[in-house]
Design a protein around this ligand. Structure first.
Ligand code: UD1
Ligand code: CA
Length: 448
């Protein structure tokens, strides 16, 4: 996006109670694509180049305040208490923007799919610009009253005449204006209406009266959708996933059953990667082109290089870094471990906190015992080492380059390069014992 000519700020409304979610988690902290809806709204504001972002929160949700403070700092919080309407909510941000000179856009913490590119056209005009949409079912949305003279007013459904209710051009709620104009107009908004609230939408008619230009620009209905209840959250998620899948396929990712692949907001997959059915990407997954992720794998905070193969049924957790040609097979969990080129853990293993050298082989049933109940420790397996099946590597411990660990070993001390470690009870053999035992038992059973 080109650099804006006028400074930009965003006021994000998030003071609603969100009671229809019926959840103890505040509405705007519910996630879409693994990211809080409020963060999607902040992302859009930042992508628009807003130098100031103010989030209007209610007094009832300290979690929302804490979330905003953590991401943007104290100065980004404005409290609206009690909530007396959308116009009143925007006024709560006045003080935080007292020294701001430029355009202000009002957006919403519960509208997660609206992208910067949808909002950008609202900036740059002299008066008030509203983002509208064509509604499939206009229902309770505010109606845009557009005449030859342009956008004249927004009429809330509760206030609308039968004629006005038949209008399908609706108000998304997003609106922009120069800061001074916006706050001047808001001062004049009253609450003599059906809901007894201070309506942000009234600034349109007031702008006309004051001789400011007003206009509507349109965005797709799907992009402006707001989330009020769990069903809508699921709908927003579905729309989000659809976009992610399409973007991935446009980028050259092969998916035989894209509808079964679940993405996070930041999933990155290179062209030429193959994602088999039923794969879930949590946040922070980076898959290079040419990698193959097999069915039923769960991947988050992990990197998978070209030519690596993961799954089926593998779990990669944060800090799993798989280099070229690595193989992580079924029922293997990898956390905070770097696996160098061509290393393999093909079946049933837990690799936590450490490093596996190039070409090393980790046998089935191997466990990196990384936790002593208090601290985490590292396990290092050298290049070309061979760890036999069902071994417990008790960290901190190092297995040297080209060393071997005998199957079933519990390894508590370092193993030098080229050595063999055996950490298991020595085998004894009793010749003929089994045959004699079985013969005796069979005879007993037959005599019953
Ligand atoms: C609003 C618009 C309507 C538009 C619709 C789009 C007004 C008067 N009407 O109606 O034209 O079609 O959105 O969804 O603006 N909020 C606060 N503080 C308040 C009141 C609301 O922060 O005091 C926040 C809510 O958290 C919510 C948003 O503003 O996210 C919208 O408020 P809501 O009361 O749901 O407005 P609508 O009646 O849906
Ligand atoms: Ca609403």
């Amino acid at each position: 996006m080109s650099t804006p000519t006028r400074a930009r700020a965003a006021v994000i409304l998030a003071a609603g109670q969100g009671t229809r979610m019926k959840s103890s988690l505040p509405k705007v902290l519910h996630r879409v694509g693994g990211r809080a809806m409020l963060d999607h709204a902040i992302d859009a504001a930042e992508a628009l180049g807003c130098e100031r972002v103010v989030v209007v929160v209610g007094d009832h949700s300290p979690e929302v305040r804490a979330h905003v403070v953590k991401r943007l700092g104290e100065a980004a919080v404005a409290v609206q208490d009690p909530p007396l309407g959308t116009g009143h909510a925007v006024l709560a941000a006045r003080e935080a923007l007292a020294d701001f000179d430029g355009d202000v856009v009002v957006t919403y913490g519960d509208v997660p799919l609206l992208k910067a590119s949808d909002i950008a056209p609202a900036f740059g005009a002299d008066g008030v610009t509203v983002i509208g949409f064509e509604a499939r079912d206009a229902g309770a949305y505010g109606r845009l009253i557009v005449t030859d003279a342009g956008l004249e007013a927004i009429v809330e459904a509760k206030e609308a005449s039968a004629d006005q209710l038949s209008i399908t051009a609706c108000n998304s709620g997003v609106l922009a204006a120069p800061a001074e104009v916006l706050f001047d107009l808001l001062d004049r908004v009253g609450n003599a209406n059906a809901k007894g609230e201070y309506y942000l939408t009234d600034v349109v008619a007031l702008a006309r009266e004051a001789g400011h230009p007003t206009r509507a620009v349109f965005a797709p209905e799907d992009a402006v959708m707001g989330v009020n209840a769990q069903g809508e959250l699921a709908q927003a998620e579905a729309l989000f996933q659809k976009v992610q899948r399409e973007t991935a396929m446009e980028g050259g990712v092969t998916m035989a059953a894209p509808d079964t692949v679940h993405f996070s907001w930041d999933t990155r997959i290179g062209g030429g990667a193959v994602i088999e059915p039923y794969v879930v990407f949590g946040p922070g997954a980076v898959i290079e082109g040419g990698a193959r992720i097999r069915s039923f794998s769960h991947i988050e905070g992990a990197r998978v290089a070209a030519g690596a193969e993961v799954g089926p049924y593998a779990r990669l957790r944060p800090g799993a870094h798989l280099a070229e040609g690595v193989k992580v097979g079924n029922f293997v969990e990898v956390k905070n471990v770097t696996m160098a080129k061509g290393a393999k853990a093909n079946h049933l293993a837990y690799l936590g906190d450490g490093a596996v050298g190039a070409g090393a082989n980790i046998g089935a049933g191997t466990i990196f015992c990384n936790y002593d109940g208090f601290f985490k420790h590292r396990t290092e397996v050298g290049e070309g080492a061979f760890v036999g099946s069902n071994s417990a590597l008790v960290a901190p411990v190092r297995i040297g380059e080209g060393a071997m660990v005998g199957s079933g070993s519990v390894v508590t001390r370092d193993v030098a390069a080229g050595d063999l470690a055996l950490g298991r009870a020595e085998q004894t053999v009793k010749p003929g014992w089994a045959r004699r035992f079985m013969d005796t038992m069979r005879a007993k059973k037959a005599a019953r």
